[in-house]
Write a protein that binds this ligand. Structure first.
Ligand SMILES: Cc1ncc(COP(=O)(O)O)c(C=O)c1O
Length: 530
């Protein structure tokens, strides 16, 4: 215990809130007492300063949250393109001294309110980016406050058990066996990488750790449909396999991988003697149109060839919770590994993905290392999460997942996902019933692609430019956020129904805004004349 000799005056706070230096300094002959010095300098006084900040932070959070709730669902969806605030921020020099807590928070509040894309606005319908549930956002904040490192059970027994629980519950969503394992990741891209790394590890055994891809004379091949998310390409690059190791197989009219073409591709590779089939990647919800491959058929092909079967169910997997799940979602559990992103349809804030494996050892065989760290067995014989993935230092992401799942339960999420599917059907019908619009691609899931075609007299070249311009106008005016797609040579819009604040009123307004811009748009000739 440190014996305190004399009390140093605490840091003074000016009226404006700026932290002023203390008025007296320790005498030169005073014996060094590190604890005493803490409050006397900016550099070492963080603990005291933090303590003093606490009431201001709590008050700020309360006010901000209330105003964000309202601001997040009103006004512009996307901030104005030209922002002096951001220009200023870009040029801001590294501060030499401290700022008052009040001033820092004031600036942060202005930036957050004015310069963020409002993902909780009912007209935010882009990518697969839902708003966050308040309870899950709080989970992130609480996890940060206790700052757990969920690397080993000994460092965070609670974090380890919470993560194992979250993985077990995620497994139940897709009907995975109780023996499954998994890990929370930064998102679906990382999770796809982990799954393919595990597949390679299973195929090549211990040699995959020592020799990488070089112990095997043939090149490894991954098979997936031509509608597969590009994170599979990134994974192949990072695994040293390169994108040429991916065979993108043709799809049918429903965007499902063609099983006959897949079988032919695998056979061709075996016969060539140059390629070793390593894994099949199925889609449970393709990125663009939310299409589902035939999982049972993919399992058969994988078994025939004794190769790994992985499913990217980043958002589509959660449709299993709906009262009438779309065809194809029921057999995800047949896969050796599955990606499910809680930051998609569990509405937890970014970032939070997951990869589940039928057998936990498939991850530990791939990622477990005999490092310099002592592996302390986690409670209940659980694996240490540092041995199931790439990260050593890991945040307690599981808290937000656990809070969200506890708060709303399977039924709560099921109801919301059913509502979102109903909204997707509502929009699809509205578009199909309006001759000025055209649906693009299949529309069985949450995502919908379509375009404006007006009176139907313009060709694709004109319509492609027009649809692209309409979308840019909608975003520029701050009306809504939707994606642009190019499907079979046709440029159009993509809406993904992952926003629990979206309503039929918002969808009606979106269609009206597109129609208004489409009807009043210039002709091609007028554009080219400026
Ligand atoms: C089907 C699919 N897989 C993978 C990903 C990548 O996920 P993340 O953005 O979490 O890395 C996405 C992203 O939208 C996706 O839609």
């Amino acid at each position: 215990m440190v014996h305190r000799k004399s009390k140093q005056p605490p840091e003074q706070t000016t009226e404006q809130g700026a932290v002023a230096p203390p008025t007296t300094s320790a005498p030169a002959d005073a014996s060094p007492d590190l604890d005493e010095q803490r409050g006397s300098s900016v550099a070492t006084g963080l603990a005291e300063a933090q303590h003093g900040d606490l009431p201001v932070l709590v008050e700020f959070l309360h006010r901000f949250w209330e105003s964000h709730g309202a601001a997040g669902s009103q006004g512009r969806v996307v901030p104005a393109e030209r922002s002096l605030l951001l220009d200023h921020l870009l040029a801001e020099p590294f501060p030499r001294g401290p700022s008052s807590i009040a001033e820092v928070l004031r600036q942060a509040e202005t930036l957050l309110q004015r310069e963020t894309v409002k993902t909780s606005h009912p007209m935010f319908l882009g990518y697969v980016t839902p708003p966050a549930l308040d309870i899950a956002a709080l989970g992130d904040a609480l996890a940060a406050i206790v700052n757990q490192n969920v690397a080993f059970g000994a460092l965070s027994p609670l974090g380890t058990v919470l993560e194992a629980t979250a993985i077990r519950w995620l497994g139940q969503i897709i009907n995975y066996p109780a023996t499954c394992g998994g890990i929370l990741t930064s998102g679906g891209s990382d999770a796809n990488l982990y799954a393919l790394a595990a597949a390679r590890s299973r195929l090549l055994g211990a040699a995959s750790a020592t020799d990488g891809n070089y112990g095997e004379p043939r090149r490894l091949r991954i098979y997936c449909s031509d509608k597969t998310h590009h994170s599979i390409d990134k994974a192949a690059i990072l695994l040293g396999m390169g994108t040429r190791s991916i065979t993108r197989v043709q799809t049918d009219a429903k965007h499902r991988i063609r099983i006959d073409a897949l079988r032919a591709a695998i056979k061709h590779d075996y016969n060539s003697g140059n390629w070793l089939p390593a894994a099949i990647v199925g889609n449970a919800g393709t990125r663009l149109c939310c299409a589902f491959d035939d999982m049972a058929a993919l399992r058969d092909v994988a078994d025939e060839n004794e190769i790994w079967f992985h499913v990217d169910a980043a958002y589509g997997g959660f449709l299993r919770l709906a009262t009438a799940p779309p065809e194809g979602v029921e057999n995800i559990h047949l896969a050796d590994s599955v990606v499910l992103d809680p930051h998609k349809l569990l509405f937890v804030p970014f970032d939070c993905g997951s990869v589940l494996v039928r057998h936990s050892r498939d991850l530990s065989n791939c990622f477990g290392t005999e490092g310099e760290y002592i592996e302390a067995k986690s409670p209940g014989g659980l694996s240490d999460f540092a041995n199931l993935g790439m990260q050593l230092g890991r945040s307690m992401k599981a808290l937000k997942v656990w809070l969200a799942l506890k708060r709303f339960g399977r039924d709560g999420f099921g109801l919301e996902i059913t509502r979102l599917l109903d909204l997707a059907h509502y929009l699809a019908k509205k578009i199909a019933d309006d001759v000025r619009f055209e649906l693009l691609g299949p529309t069985s899931g949450l995502a919908l692609c379509f375009r404006w075609r007006g009176d139907g007299r313009s060709g694709d070249e004109h319509l492609n430019v027009l649809n692209s311009r309409i979308r840019r106008s909608i975003i520029r005016e701050g009306t809504a956020f939707i994606d642009e797609v190019l499907l079979e040579g046709k440029t159009g819009f993509r809406v993904c129904m992952t926003n629990f604040r979206t309503t039929t009123t918002a969808l009606d307004a979106l269609i009206e805004a597109i129609a208004k811009l489409g009807t009043t748009s210039k002709t091609m000739g007028e554009w080219s004349r400026g």
